[in-house]
Structures are given as structure tokens and as C-alpha cells.
Write a protein that binds this ligand. Structure first.
Ligand SMILES: Cc1cc2nc3c(=O)[nH]c(=O)nc-3n(C[C@H](O)[C@H](O)[C@H](O)COP(=O)(O)OP(=O)(O)OC[C@H]3O[C@@H](n4cnc5c(N)ncnc54)[C@H](O)[C@@H]3O)c2cc1C
Length: 378
């Protein structure tokens, strides 16, 4: 395989890389070499039918598509149809189920009250006042200053400790810009006008994005092991971890990582919803996914269901999920960004390249913007 002849090389086949490859092939009409180190395309949005149950699931955690961006919605609808799934999140605390984000149902059920929407702010203000926190200095204090100590300790403290691997009092207050909180019974997780799950799954989108004969996809191929085979003046779109691109010369960026434990249960419906959070720290997993609920339109077997427990732990750029952020990582990131800006023909982006949490619609929007820059140079 001659890699040298490609003017455009895209590293990584997640949404960022796949959208750019699609645009270069279909709008610029140029051949693209797509390098993907995994055995499949789609990055962390990869989805597959479970071998034993046939239930379609997302291998790297439940992904709900949602957006308010018209351009992204029009673009993605060229590659898939969505079902009418609307996301709702529930949380189990002391063996009782509550709605998330905290809403009037959560509050009334937790305090055993029957508050009306117009009574909620006065009630919460009194709870906050009781805590005596006026100028919050860390994540814990900030959360308490928003919802009061009791709701914080039930629904936020343990979950956050599991997610970040430390006591929330050790985390910066800046991590918590906003705590989604509703004074009515609205249980919709997202406010975006468009949301759903691709009817044929995410992997079918990637098959279409990369279907052009002008796109050569090389799976199981790490950019760093074939870099020497590429043309010197190739335009490279890199969507892998930024620190790795520069051989960690300014230090390693920290990530939180996840692991998943699948289990087939001999019942049709285990938890009645696609994602159940577990708020207490004593329960080692953060949530249980039950992917059959993502596709109510599918006719799955009635005698079994797939459940997936999610565990959070520390990680690095070999298994990155969520950027840890903070001052130390920001300083490292800045140095790598300077390196990137000094390189012609190199475009870095996506969640790994930008060291930033992006939803899928934000990733697609960013990819479309980066493609415009590439087109200008073509
Ligand atoms: C647990 C979890 C749940 C999420 N849920 C949602 C959700 O519900 N809704 C939503 O909108 N978004 C969600 N997201 C965000 C979504 O996953 C991202 O927006 C999206 O995956 C970003 O795409 P990307 O192309 O930037 O990165 P990725 O999908 O990570 O793709 C990067 C690709 O680059 C490849 N690669 C890396 N290094 C190399 C190399 N050296 N050589 C070759 N290939 C390489 C990787 O193997 C990977 O395939 C979630 C994220 C996580 C972590």
C-alpha cells in the first residue's frame, strides 16, 4: 500500500476525522487516507449488535445525539434517520429511585413534601442558608451553596467522588459552573430541539461517511508506526491525543478513564430505563446502562436483556475518556498548542486533539469549521 501518494491524511475515524474525510472526498474530490489504530471506525461512538442478545449497544458508553445546531442537524441527517428517543436520567440513592437532574419530583420525593413550583426557590434558599456557606472555595462548597447540604450529600457527593476519584472538597469550584436544577416536573435531560438515537446505530453513520471510493480506510494502523511512509508535504488532520503527537515533550495530560462490565440478565427489562446512576460512594460503579431502552422501536428478545456497569478510574492518553483539566493540565496544553500553531499542513482537533469534552454535535460543528480552513488552503 503506497501511503506516499496521499495529499490528505486523516488520523482517527471518530466524528471529527470522519466528517473531515467525507468533506474532502465529496466536496474537494480529493483522495483521503484514513488511519485508525482500532479494529473499527467511529471512535468512541462505535456501536454494535451484542453477540448473545442481539441488542444494539454503544461500546464506549451510552451516546445520545442531541443538538440545537441547524447546520449539524441538516448534515447528520444526510447519513442517518433518528428514532424518537428522549433521554431521561434516574438515580438510585439508598435503594430508592429519583429523577435527575434535580427537579420538583426529586425534591418532593426526597424531603417527603408537596411543594409547588413557586415555593421551591424559597425552600432551597433556606436549605442553603442553613449550610452557612457564603463564599464557596471548592467544588463541594459551591454545590452546597447551590442546592443545600442534604441534596448535595445524597445526589452529588458520592457520584462526583466516584467520577473524579477524589473527595469533591479537593476539586476546584470552577469545575461546577452550573448545576442543572428544575423547579417543575420536567424530566427531559436535554433541552435541545433535536435528539434521538440513529435507527441503525452509530456505526452505520460512519460506514456512510466513509463510503466514498476516494477514502482509503486503514484499520489497525497507528499513525506513529506509518508516519515515515507519508508524503513530506501531506496535509495531516490529527485527532489523537495531543501530548502523544509531540512525544510527551511538555509532559502528559491527565485523563479519567472508564471500564465496562457486561452482564446478560434473564429478564426482559432490568431497570426500566437506559441509564441508571448510582449516587452512593459505597457502590463501586457510577451507572448501569441497559441499551435495549435506546431502541423502543426494535423487537428484541423478551427473555433476556443486556446490562453494562460503568466504572470510573484514573487514566492517561492510552485510554482517555474525560479530560481532567485544572491549572496543571491547562499549562501543559498551552505549550502543545504553541507547537501546533507553528506547523504548516497540520490540523489538530476533536476531543483528544483539543483535550476538551465535546458532545457529538460540537465535534461535528468543529470538524466542519476545520474543513473550511483546509478548503481555503487547497
Ligand atoms: C462515556 C462517554 C459518553 C458520551 N456520551 C455522549 C452523549 O450522550 N452525547 C454526545 O453528544 N456526546 C457524548 N460523548 C462525547 C462523544 O463521544 C465525542 O463527542 C466524540 O466521540 C468525539 O469524537 P472525536 O472524533 O473527537 O474522538 P474519538 O471518537 O475518540 O475518535 C478519535 C479516534 O482517533 C483514533 N486514534 C487516536 N490515536 C490514533 C493514532 N495514533 N493512530 C490512528 N488512530 C488514532 C482513536 O482510536 C479513535 O478512533 C460521550 C463521551 C464519553 C466519553
Amino acid at each position: 500500500m503506497s501511503f506516499e501518494r496521499y495529499k490528505y491524511v486523516v488520523v482517527g475515524s471518530g466524528f471529527f476525522g470522519a466528517v473531515i474525510a467525507e468533506r474532502i472526498a465529496s466536496e474537494l474530490g480529493e483522495p483521503v487516507l484514513m488511519l485508525e489504530k482500532r479494529e473499527h471506525t467511529g471512535g468512541n461512538c462505535h456501536s454494535v449488535d451484542h453477540a448473545e442478545t442481539g441488542i444494539h449497544y454503544h461500546r464506549y458508553g451510552t451516546h445520545i445525539f442531541h443538538t440545537h445546531n441547524q447546520e449539524v442537524w441538516d448534515y447528520i441527517n444526510k447519513f442517518t434517520e433518528f428514532n424518537g428517543y428522549h433521554h431521561q436520567v434516574l438515580t438510585t440513592y439508598q435503594n430508592k429511585v429519583y429523577q435527575m437532574p434535580i427537579n420538583l419530583e426529586t425534591i418532593n420525593s426526597f424531603y417527603n413534601l408537596n411543594l409547588k413550583p413557586f415555593e421551591v426557590s424559597t425552600f432551597i434558599e433556606a436549605e442553603v442558608h442553613k449550610s452557612g456557606i457564603n463564599s464557596p472555595g471548592n467544588f463541594e462548597e459551591k454545590a452546597i451553596s447551590m442546592v443545600g447540604r442534604a441534596l448535595y450529600e445524597a445526589f452529588i457527593k458520592g457520584y462526583t467522588a466516584k467520577q473524579w476519584g477524589c473527595d469533591p472538597s479537593q476539586l476546584p469550584a470552577t469545575l461546577l459552573q452550573r448545576l442543572p436544577f428544575r423547579t417543575n416536573y420536567d424530566e427531559n435531560y436535554f433541552f435541545d430541539p433535536w435528539q434521538g438515537i440513529p435507527r441503525q446505530g452509530y456505526s452505520a453513520i460512519f460506514d456512510k461517511l466513509l463510503a466514498s471510493p476516494k477514502i482509503q480506510v486503514e484499520l489497525n494502523t497507528d499513525f506513529f508506526s506509518v508516519k515515515h511512509k507519508l508524503a513530506q508535504d501531506a496535509c495531516i488532520v490529527y485527532t489523537g491525543p495531543l501530548d502523544k503527537l509531540f512525544d510527551y515533550s511538555h509532559g502528559q495530560l491527565e485523563w479519567r478513564s472508564l471500564s465496562f462490565e457486561e452482564e446478560v440478565m434473564g429478564v426482559q427489562d432490568f431497570q426500566g430505563t437506559s441509564v441508571m446512576n448510582y449516587a452512593e460512594e459505597s457502590i463501586p460503579y457510577t451507572r448501569i446502562h441497559e441499551p435495549r431502552h435506546l431502541h423502543p422501536e426494535k423487537d428484541y428478545a423478551k427473555d433476556q436483556t443486556l446490562t453494562i456497569k460503568e466504572y470510573s478510574h484514573s487514566g492517561n492518553s492510552e485510554d482517555p475518556y474525560y479530560p481532567v483539566g485544572g491549572k496543571k493540565n491547562k499549562a501543559i496544553l498551552k505549550k502543545y498548542k504553541v507547537e501546533v500553531s507553528g506547523q504548516e499542513n497540520l490540523f489538530v482537533g476533536g476531543r483528544l486533539g483539543d483535550y476538551k469534552y465535546y458532545d457529538m454535535d460540537q465535534t461535528i460543528a468543529a470538524a466542519l469549521r476545520t474543513y473550511e480552513q483546509i478548503r481555503e488552503l487547497a
